[in-house]
Every structure is written in structure tokens, then in C-alpha cells.
Write a new protein. Structure first.
Length: 359
């Protein structure tokens, strides 16, 4: 085939792809009708999403990499969801924050995104059913746990449940309207400063580090205040008309942030699930070990444990734990039932599919 023949072939394939995508969307609309008739209210189904991505990866023989196909399918599924219902998702703003990027990555561009001022407002929007879902950062590979999110789980009111997770590679960039030598202040979140500590020491030790609520807020300030810079996303540079003075300044090139999707019910079982719980125990010797032994006896594997200070009692703590398995699995159900008898409080924050990762 010559060049013209190949281009004609591509045009023919494109036409077939458009027809097939629309056929798939029509099927998705019919699925939505059946779900409404049977009383299934939730449009977004994390368990089904996982199945789709696994089938795509299994069917892929290349040359396109898995992550490229997953990105295409995410947008196609986003468009199909919007045909069933206009989903609304809250995230920590302003526009251009890493939470904004995570929301787009998870839900695509066909949902309505709502930027809110802080992480507690994401919880509040979901609890009051002002939005269908919310997305919040929970931990970073460099900075560790996001304490604001953990604290919100202690105070949340209403039926807020974790229903999905995702990991987003985080590449920090120094943004400004001035040159590096003229920067006197650098704005960003405290956790971001921790992720870029070595680079900041070597390159902008002359500047003050000023903590703000989000990386997007930092970019907004840098766009308005002379002789300042922000550490934020590449997307924020475009939104706030800033130059990228330095790219990928994070100390750990494998820097990632894990996000949780909040809804009003847990996801269904897939066979590859996680469950988030929090609990508190009496302030006495062996109390925590007793709970951990219950988990061991019921073959529950913990993938994370974090402590958080008890809000009203000095030197007492809540524990946040991620375990493998779903709250409806028999061993998990039995373990949690037994553990409740030894805890002052035990809450299931949600069960959800383990995130699918692509090569």
C-alpha cells in the first residue's frame, strides 16, 4: 500500500470505530434502563469498571500499550455514564490541583466536576448528596498519610463510603512569572514541600516556603503576586498563565499519590478487593496486639496501618487499616465481628476493587 491507500484505510477504520463506540454507548444506555427498573440506583460501578479494564488488558496484543487503551476506554465509559445520568464529582480545588487531575483520570471529561475549598468539604458534598462522588488524597509515597483526609473520616456525618481507589504519578513543577533568581517566596502544600525538599534546598534556598491549601491555590497566588513561584502541576501552569521554571522537581522519581473515591455505598465484590476500617481500643497493655491477632487468625492480610491521635484524649489513638478482601467475605466478616467485641469503636469505611494498573 502507498501513503494514500494507508490513509484511506485509516479513515475506514475510524468510521467503523465511531459506529462501534456508539453501539457500545447504546448498550450502556439499555443497561442503565434495566438498573433503574430493578431499583439499582448507582450509575458508576467500580466492580464493573475493574472487569472492563481487565478484559481490555487481556485482549490487548499491541502495539498500543495497555495504559493507552485504558485511557481511551475511560473516556468512552465517561461519555456512556453521562448518557445515563450527569454525574457530579467534588474535588479539592481550585482548578488545576492534583486532585483535579485525579478526578479527570478516574472519571473522564464527561462528568461535572466541582472544586471545593478543602478536603472536609469533599466529604460534606457527598454526605449531603450535593454530589454523587468525591475524590480525596489519602497517602503519598514520599510524604506518607494525608492527615486531613484521615481526620475527616473521624468526623464525617452521613452515609459516606470509600468505593474505589486510584494511584496518580505526581510530577511537581516550579511555576512562576519571573526568573528563578528573583523568586522570594514559593507557595505550595506542606506535603509538596516534603516531596521536593532536596531540590528546594539546592536551588531556591534563598526563598521563603509558604504553605497554602492546595497546589492550584499556590499557582493562583504565584500568578498574582510579584517575585513568587508555586510548586504545582503542568496543567496549573496553563490555567494560570505561568512559566515552568523547572520540571519534575520531586526528590523521588517514583512519586505517587493514592486517592480514594467517596460515594454513599461500598462497591460490590470482585474477588480482588480491599476494605478500609478504623478502630480504637482501650488504653491498656496488649489491646492493639489482641485486635491484630484476631486479624491473623482469620487470615486477614493488612496492607496498611496508620495511627491518628484521639481528638479528646491525650496519648490515645485511632487506627486506620487497609485489609485485603471485601467486608462481605466470610473471613473478613467473622474477623470484624469478633474484633468489635474488643474495640471501643470499629467502623467499616468501605470496600472497593483493588486498582487496575497498566504497563
Amino acid at each position: 500500500m502507498d501513503l494514500e491507500d494507508l490513509r484511506k484505510r485509516i479513515d475506514e477504520i475510524d468510521a467503523r470505530l465511531v459506529a462501534l463506540m456508539n453501539e457500545r454507548a447504546r448498550c450502556a444506555v439499555e443497561v442503565g434502563k434495566i438498573k433503574r427498573e430493578t431499583g439499582e440506583a448507582s450509575v458508576y460501578q467500580p466492580a464493573r469498571e475493574r472487569d472492563v479494564f481487565e478484559h481490555i488488558i487481556e485482549a490487548n496484543d499491541g502495539p498500543l500499550p495497555d495504559h493507552t487503551l485504558m485511557a481511551i476506554w475511560k473516556e468512552m465509559m465517561s461519555g456512556s455514564l453521562s448518557l445515563e445520568k450527569s454525574l457530579k464529582v467534588a474535588y479539592l480545588g481550585p482548578e488545576g490541583s492534583f486532585s483535579h487531575l485525579a478526578a479527570l483520570e478516574k472519571f473522564g471529561h464527561s462528568v461535572e466536576l466541582l472544586a471545593v475549598r478543602d478536603i472536609s468539604s469533599v466529604f460534606d458534598q457527598v454526605a449531603r448528596a450535593a454530589t454523587d462522588y468525591g475524590i480525596v488524597p489519602v497517602e503519598n509515597t514520599t510524604g506518607g498519610a494525608v492527615r486531613d483526609t484521615m481526620e475527616c473520616f473521624l468526623w464525617v456525618h452521613g452515609p459516606v463510603k470509600v468505593c474505589a481507589e486510584m494511584a496518580l504519578p505526581i510530577h511537581e513543577n516550579l511555576l512562576s512569572k519571573t526568573t528563578l533568581d528573583r523568586v522570594t517566596k514559593v507557595y505550595s502544600k506542606p506535603q509538596v514541600f516534603d516531596q521536593c525538599r532536596q531540590w528546594l534546598t539546592e536551588n531556591v534556598s534563598h526563598a521563603d516556603l509558604v504553605a497554602v491549601g492546595s497546589t492550584a491555590e499556590a499557582a493562583l497566588l504565584a500568578s498574582r503576586v510579584e517575585a513568587t513561584a508555586a510548586i504545582a502541576s503542568e496543567m496549573a501552569a496553563g490555567i494560570y498563565n505561568l512559566e515552568i521554571l523547572a520540571s519534575a522537581i520531586e526528590d523521588n522519581p517514583q512519586n505517587q499519590t493514592r486517592f480514594l473515591v467517596l460515594g454513599r455505598e461500598s462497591a460490590g465484590r470482585t474477588g480482588r478487593d480491599k476494605t478500609c476500617i478504623l478502630f480504637s481500643v482501650s488504653h491498656e497493655a496488649g489491646a492493639l496486639v489482641e485486635i491484630l491477632d484476631i486479624f491473623r487468625r482469620h487470615a486477614m492480610n493488612m496492607t496498611k496501618i496508620e495511627s491518628h491521635p484521639f481528638p479528646t484524649k491525650t496519648w490515645e489513638y485511632y487506627f486506620f487499616v487497609d485489609i485485603e478482601g471485601h467486608a462481605d467475605d466470610e473471613n473478613v466478616k467473622a474477623a470484624l465481628a469478633e474484633a468489635r467485641g474488643h474495640c471501643r469503636q470499629l467502623e467499616i469505611l468501605g470496600s472497593f476493587p483493588v486498582a487496575v494498573t497498566a504497563e
